[in-house]
Design a protein around this ligand. Structure first.
Ligand SMILES: [Fe+2]
Length: 268
């Protein structure tokens, strides 16, 4: 588990217009080789379709967020491929790890002009906090005391800014028993911490390979489809969904509102 306080932990993006426009891409599951497939999907091809759709349909973008499982096999080649593709999107990109990632390789190889390791991003009237919910060698996750303290530290430092909190594992159950058993073991603790801060407007994650969105107590709780394979919603046991690869676009407004929409790509 990395300690974000020990990393270059804060990045300030110069002032932008009233609305911060960003895209979340998640669960890319890239392999070392170009031919490998996950459940029949070539994850490089689906990522390239997603990135093309982001460029074609998003208009001006301030940020990209990559929320874990960037690689399927933790290989050097998977991260260098993805870094090259992300850099070509020409948008400041921030990342956090997922359970499939090899964090040490990710840190060393997922490098580019547009790729930043900072886990606390200040942009216009907003701050984005990226948490590491991974446990080495495990599929399920835990936010841990260090990460919760980092979250509190960021939010206390900037109470004047609205906050979007990002992590890999689901902060709320999806209703699919099998994936919820592989979720966040300390999600109650995370939700308690979130409830203590009245400037948190959104919580965003991946891992569940499907779109969910609930508004609870003025906070938007959102999961986002994978850029490759989807999981079938509301399934007790592991099952693949038929939905196309996708991503989520978000607008963050100066008054704290979030508007968001999931986009899917054609041809998969
Ligand atoms: Fe995943």
């Amino acid at each position: 588990m990395s300690n974000p306080v020990q990393e270059k932990s804060q990045q300030i993006i110069p002032a932008v217009p009233d609305v911060v426009s960003l895209v979340q891409i998640t669960d890319c599951h890239i392999f070392a080789t170009a031919e490998d497939r996950l459940r029949g999907v070539n994850t490089r091809h689906s990522f390239e379709a997603v990135s093309k759709s982001v460029i074609d349909n998003s208009g001006h973008l301030d940020l990209l967020l990559a929320t874990g499982d960037l690689s399927q096999d933790g290989s050097v080649e998977s991260y260098t491929y993805l870094a090259q593709k992300i850099d070509a999107m020409d948008t400041a990109t921030f990342w956090l790890p997922g359970n499939h990632d090899e964090v040490d390789v990710l840190k060393e190889q997922f490098i580019g002009q547009q790729i930043h390791a900072a886990k606390h991003v200040l942009i216009a009237d907003w701050q984005i906090v990226l948490l590491d919910s991974t446990i080495r060698g495990e599929v399920h996750g835990r936010v841990s005391q260090i990460q919760l303290e980092f979250l509190d530290h960021c939010l206390r430092a900037h109470p004047e800014k609205h906050a979007l909190v990002c992590l890999h594992h689901q902060a709320l159950d999806t209703g699919s028993l099998w994936i919820d058993q592989k979720g966040l073991r300390d999600s109650d603790q995370l939700r308690e911490n979130i409830a203590r801060h009245d400037n948190i407007r959104g919580v965003l994650w991946g891992h569940v390979h499907q779109e969910t969105h609930q508004t609870i107590g003025g906070v938007e709780w959102m999961s986002t489809p994978s850029s490759c394979v989807q999981f079938k919603p509301d399934s007790e046991e592991f099952a693949i969904g038929t939905e196309a690869p996708g991503y989520r676009h978000l607008n963050l407004y100066a008054d704290g509102r979030i508007t968001t929409r999931v986009h899917r790509v054609d041809g998969f």
